[in-house]
Write a protein that binds this ligand. Structure first.
Ligand code: NI
Length: 197
């Protein structure tokens, strides 16, 4: 999910005060863009939290901060496993990187709010989406420990958006069919143009 756009492409940004996600060698990974069919796959649960998984999480943070975005699901970098990264501080200091493995939303508030959303896999397109104001989510952290948090505000929204991704759901699925079809066609055309060179 992205709410901020602009500069930063190809810049490696490492915050020395917050090096935790950057312990491994990092790489900015290419993002899958609509209508890549992999974005529609349901991601598989993670069975083991190991060094390979931690390296993926480090790459995901690097890719997410570079974009820049406030959330990223592993499938957006082509890995069909249930891993998401997020940071709802939107570039403020200090950063608050959160990685969730096998996240499961166990409670949605009845209170709903409408907020404008975007997605790194659907660049340059924003629209209003109604979601629960708060959620409670269970997940494994990168030490393999079970965690459960309740979140409101932007973090709640990012959690819902990213958990959608690992279920093959995109934020445009929450729009009217007309709007969804229009944006899907536009991206399909752009992909065709690109393939044709
Ligand atoms: Ni997204």
């Amino acid at each position: 999910m992205n709410t901020v756009r602009g500069a930063g492409k190809n810049l490696r940004r490492v915050d020395p005060r917050n090096p935790k996600p950057y312990l491994a060698r990092m790489a900015i990974r290419p993002l899958l863009i609509l209508p890549d069919p992999r974005l529609r796959k349901v991601s598989e649960p993670v069975k083991r939290v190991d060094a390979k998984l931690k390296a993926l999480v480090a790459d995901m943070f690097e890719t997410m901060y570079d974009a820049p975005g406030v959330g990223l699901a592993a499938i957006q970098v082509g890995e069909p496993i249930r891993v998401v990264t997020m940071d709802a501080t939107r570039g403020d200091d200090p950063k608050n990187p959160i990685a969730m493995i096998n996240p499961e939303i166990v409670w949605f508030s009845d209170e709903k709010i409408v907020v404008e959303e975007g997605c790194l896999s659907i660049p340059e397109f924003l629209d209003d989406v109604e979601r629960s104001e708060s959620v409670r989510v269970k997940f494994l952290d990168t030490d393999g420990k079970q965690q459960e948090i309740e979140a409101g505000g932007l973090l709640s929204r990012v959690i819902q958006h990213e958990v959608d991704h690992i279920n093959g759901v995109l934020f445009i699925d929450h729009l009217s069919r007309l709007k969804r079809d229009r944006v899907t066609k536009k991206f399909a055309k752009a992909a065709k143009r690109e393939a044709a060179g």
